[in-house]
Design a protein. Structure first.
Length: 287
């Protein structure tokens, strides 16, 4: 099938996309693939409930870009994390670091630019810092570069909440001089409303004695997003617990007309005044 047909089948599949479609999209490198992926994340209709793919296609693209891991995919990803932060919301905190990490060491400076860009969303910057720290831990060749970067960040950054969120990842690099700055930053920033973690937890991360490893989230397998288990989890949550046959149609047109479920961008039925995706429909809170 040609690329246009492939993208069309991907969109039509909505949430319950077949892995073979994703594998074919990841494999192809023609211009039409990137044009199709960019159109999905750029056009508002694809992010809307009852739009093409019932709003799921852009979230699938989020993972596809990491799986492709090339220059054109990185450019599309940069668009998403600068222009679509509201729609991505908790998907940034849950998954962006793993997606960024999937881009090789050749993208180190690109990710560094995101981490230091004060105009970027705070949680996008945190994900970039998490990624760089994980690369330093798992790739000794960039450890010293990352140590110097973290020193610069802790000395120059003014956002106390951002610093506090970054301290566990920075402590885990396990550099003595850097950890002295971590302790100073903790005393200066991680207090009152900004308290994120205890000093004992930071020491455990620095010494490697704790059971929790911050960098593990960066090494998540992006293919897990497209697993039957994960897609069924989302299907049960957002479509009332009804199972369905995967590929190519999620629900028949007749069932779609009868469905009266709350969309991700609709007001939450609990009466909180928040959007459903930020309240009871927040996948990060339900897992």
């Amino acid at each position: 099938m040609d690329t246009k047909q492939l993208i069309g089948k991907f969109i039509k599949s909505g949430l319950m996309v077949d892995r073979e479609i994703i594998e074919e999209i990841v494999k192809r490198e023609d211009d039409e693939i990137y044009k199709g992926l960019f159109e999905i994340v750029q056009k508002d209709d694809y992010w809307k409930r009852d739009g093409p793919g019932d709003s799921w296609c852009p979230y699938h693209v989020f993972f596809i870009l990491g799986l492709k891991g090339d220059e054109k995919s990185f450019e599309i990803l940069k668009y998403m994390i600068s222009q679509r932060t509201e729609e991505l919301d908790d998907w940034i905190t849950e998954h962006l670091s793993a997606i960024l990490y999937s881009f090789g060491l050749g993208y180190y400076d690109n990710i560094k630019s995101i981490a230091l860009d004060k105009s970027s969303d705070m949680y996008v910057r945190i994900a970039a810092i998490e990624t760089l720290c994980a690369k330093a831990i798992l790739n000794p060749d960039v450890k010293e570069r990352t140590v110097e970067l973290c020193k610069q960040f802790l000395r120059e950054e003014e956002d106390k909440l951002l610093i506090s969120l970054a301290l566990p990842d920075i402590a885990e690099i396990r550099n003595k001089e850097l950890f002295e700055l971590v302790k100073e930053s903790h005393e200066r920033c991680d207090t009152g409303p900004f308290r994120i973690c205890d000093m004992d937890d930071l020491k455990d991360l620095y010494e490697g004695t704790g059971t929790h490893k911050e960098y593990i989230r960066c090494t998540s397998n992006l293919w897990d997003h497209f697993s039957d288990k994960n897609l069924n989890y989302y299907f049960e949550r957002y479509y009332g617990g009804r199972k369905t046959e995967k590929y190519p149609d999620v629900v028949s047109d007749e069932k779609n007309k009868k469905r009266e479920k709350t969309g991700r961008n609709d007001p939450c039925p609990c009466g909180s005044g928040k959007k459903y995706k930020k309240c009871c429909g927040n996948p990060a809170k339900l897992k």
